[in-house]
Design a binder for this molecule. Structure first.
Ligand code: T5A
Length: 209
């Protein structure tokens, strides 16, 4: 059995990752591919329970190291129970965020070193990396408009952090993509969803059957 392909979508808050994950899954299904669409934190019952702990707004929250450990624990369960089995069945896995989110948020935004985040990923998930990571980049003013329209003034614990934190996250994603161009495709997310989808299909070209 040929191993499936693992695609991650990354970017700042509200960049359009979930929208694009759905459009990509539909496009793959149309050409006869089986795919699993999933998200982080989450994707398995255990990881979804950890998601509630991480993103809920009750209580005093987590300090940066505890937060990084919880994301790594959720990812470990997700990789072991959902992602690797699907890849071994030859399926596509489309994942809304993966380890580069931990590098950008707990590292770039939260102050852990990149080596620390990658160590946690090695211990928890064997260092698994996607075949391709699509980094969706949207101009901050455009994303702010989209999120205001969708969420009003509601945000989860991490989404509600200061603008400087989110600017550091976006800058970290850009650095990772520039440093590893073979692993990332940078996608302009400013246009209509269908135009962004077309850019994603073109970036995926070499991986498509
Ligand atoms: N996190 C996560 C970490 O800190 N470390 C980690 O390791 C991981 C895995 C997850 C939070 O956890 C943090 C990051 C996050 O803060 P989440 O709710 O999953 O929380 O947060 P997001 O991933 O940011 O999810 P969002 O739903 O907010 O953003 P998406 O999925 O990027 O955006 P989407 O597709 O829902 O679109 C947002 C809105 O814009 C519209 C959509 O209809 C929607 O209303 N839209 C467009 N409008 C116009 N043109 C387009 N091209 C559009 N694309 C989407």
């Amino acid at each position: 059995m040929k191993r499936g392909k693992f695609i991650a979508l990354e970017g700042g808050e509200g960049a359009g990752k979930s929208t694009q994950a759905r459009l990509l899954a539909e496009a793959l299904q149309k050409i006869g591919q089986t795919c699993v669409i999933t998200r982080e934190p989450g994707g398995t019952p255990g990881a979804e329970a950890i998601r509630g702990l991480l993103l809920g707004t009750e209580g005093e929250g987590w300090h940066p190291r505890a937060e990084a450990l919880l994301f790594a624990a959720a990812r470990s369960d997700h990789v072991e129970r959902l992602i690797v089995p699907a890849l071994e069945r030859g399926e596509w896995v489309i994942c809304d965020r993966f380890v580069d989110s931990s590098r950008a948020y707990q590292g770039g935004g939260g102050g852990l070193s990149d080596a620390e985040v990658l160590d946690l990923h090695r211990i928890g998930s064997g260092g698994l990396l996607p075949d391709l990571t699509l980094l969706i980049e949207v101009t901050p003013a455009i994303v702010a408009q989209r999120l205001a329209l969708r969420d009003g003034d509601q945000a989860d614990r991490i989404g509600g952090r200061h603008a400087d934190y989110h600017a550091a996250v976006v800058a970290a994603f850009r650095r990772f993509a520039d440093a590893e161009p073979h692993r990332f495709a940078r996608i302009d997310g400013d246009g209509p969803a269908r135009a962004v989808h077309a850019a994603i299909l073109s970036a995926l070209g070499p991986l498509l059957p």
